[in-house]
Write a protein that binds this ligand. Structure first.
Ligand code: F6R
Length: 261
């Protein structure tokens, strides 16, 4: 786990966009794992800027989103299909057939989940997975108690997540109760994982994820087992980290560190 602490949200967006852009530049048909929510909005804006101003080319890129609300059609303004189209896909040159977002309206969820996992494999696996974190420590919609080996499936959202996400809906009762989500095991198979978090409401989840035990009670803690996970935080989200000074010290001393460290 590598922890980067920044003063500003924009710095998180720029640092994470650089990781995604470097991946695409070194592998033009890279497979991206994408998240929705408020946190990656700046990252997507930066990727759109890089496409427009620097020619970052998405024409061979494949993408897989983490999750979708069950019951929302792709044109529903709160669906993750709609979110991705509005905030990223319509601003870049990704081919529609290379985009994958879980279906919230399939007639057969089990078959769809199996197909989604198979499709990721057919594309060669995810090169870089973008993650946010829930205030209850979830990654994707793997709520506390989710198996750390779980695969793409239907999850019942926790009351905390429903409360958190009600800000996007007219009223709390409109938030879907179920989601289709990649599993913790699916996420762990990505070759690189970048988790973004900003704001004090994420501080406890971030401390549990980085410095707590690996536990299904905070599914983000499983990133401790990943060989290449980068966490981009602002000072508020890093506010409860006991070892914050050490993480900052590591980054400050990097330029002089022995090669390969
Ligand atoms: C969204 C997702 C969720 C969010 C998390 C944080 O695709 O998988 O895990 O990343 O709920 O959401 P925000 O960024 O809105 O705080």
């Amino acid at each position: 786990m590598e922890v980067f602490v920044y003063q500003k949200y924009d710095e998180i967006s720029q640092a994470s966009a650089k990781v995604v852009a470097d991946t695409i530049n070194s592998k033009p048909n890279a497979v991206l794992g994408l998240a929705t929510g408020s946190t990656p909005l700046g990252l997507y804006k930066e990727l759109a800027r890089m496409h427009k101003e620097e020619g970052l080319d998405f024409s061979h890129v494949r993408s897989f989103n983490l999750d979708e609300y069950v019951g929302l059609s792709p044109d529903h303004p709160q669906s993750y299909h709609y979110f991705m189209h509005e905030n990223l896909f319509k601003h870049i040159n990704i081919e529609p057939q290379n985009v994958h977002v879980p279906s919230g309206t399939t007639k057969n969820y089990q078959a769809f989940c199996e197909w989604y996992e198979q499709r990721i494999e057919e594309c060669g696996g995810i090169d870089v997975q973008v993650l946010g974190i829930g205030s209850d420590g979830h990654i994707a919609f793997n709520e506390p108690g989710s198996s750390l080996g779980s695969r793409t499936r239907i999850k019942t959202l926790s009351k905390e997540t429903i409360e958190d996400n009600s800000r996007f809906f007219d009223k709390k009762e409109d938030v879907p109760i179920y989601a289709i989500t990649m599993g913790v095991g699916t996420v762990l198979e990505a070759r690189k994982v970048i988790l973004l978090a900003n704001g004090a409401n994420k501080a406890k989840a971030i401390a549990d994820a980085i410095e707590g035990p690996v536990s299904c009670m905070c599914t983000a803690s499983v990133l401790q087992l990943h060989p290449d996970s980068l966490l981009f935080l602002d000072t508020d989200a890093a506010g409860k980290l006991k070892m914050k000074d050490y993480y900052e010290w590591i980054q400050a001393k990097k330029p002089g560190a022995p090669a390969g460290s």
